[in-house]
Design a binder for this molecule. Structure first.
Ligand code: 5GP
Ligand code: ZN
Length: 140
């Protein structure tokens, strides 16, 4: 298995692990957006949201809540906010295909953020409603 996050989960390559339980691992991102930027992964390999079990995703969310709260304490008043971010698929920015949640400490001055596209605010009511109807049908 050549997956880098599986290797971290198996302790084959080093990482700055800050959290571990039976199902998930939390470790510092090698290229943090801000100090304390942490990744939470399942110990088992799941590539994406469609592969991961609901139980594992719930464990990732629960660990992220704990880590986010401790991060705020560790960074003290310097941490102004937290983003939880999950990139699912290449178009969403996923580079490592072992599902992971980013926990990113945020500051009003850090210049990080999602870019809004030129068509932002210009999606037509027809397009919005067409998806809305499909979602309602598929999710009911
Ligand atoms: P993605 O773009 O897939 O959501 O994010 C992948 C993240 O994994 C990036 O933020 C990147 O810095 C981090 N990363 C990639 N390789 C390694 C590694 O070997 N060790 C650690 N700690 N983080 C890694
Ligand atoms: Zn993996």
């Amino acid at each position: 298995m050549s997956c880098i996050f599986c290797k971290i989960a198996d302790a084959e390559i080093p990482a700055k692990v800050v959290y571990e339980d039976e199902y998930v691992l939390g470790f510092l991102d090698i290229k943090p957006i801000n100090p304390g930027h942490t990744l939470v992964i399942p110990k088992n390999h799941f590539e994406s949201l469609s592969d991961v079990s609901e139980e594992t995703l719930a464990r990732m969310a629960s660990a992220s809540k704990k880590i986010a709260s401790v991060l705020k304490e560790a960074l003290a008043s310097k941490c102004e906010g937290i983003n939880l971010h999950l990139a699912d698929g290449k178009a969403a920015g996923q580079e490592v295909f072992h599902i992971h949640l980013h926990i990113i400490p945020r500051y009003t001055t850090d210049s990080f953020g999602l870019k809004f596209p030129p068509h932002y605010g210009k999606i037509t009511t027809e397009e919005i409603d067409s998806v809305y109807r499909k979602l309602r049908n598929l999710l009911e």
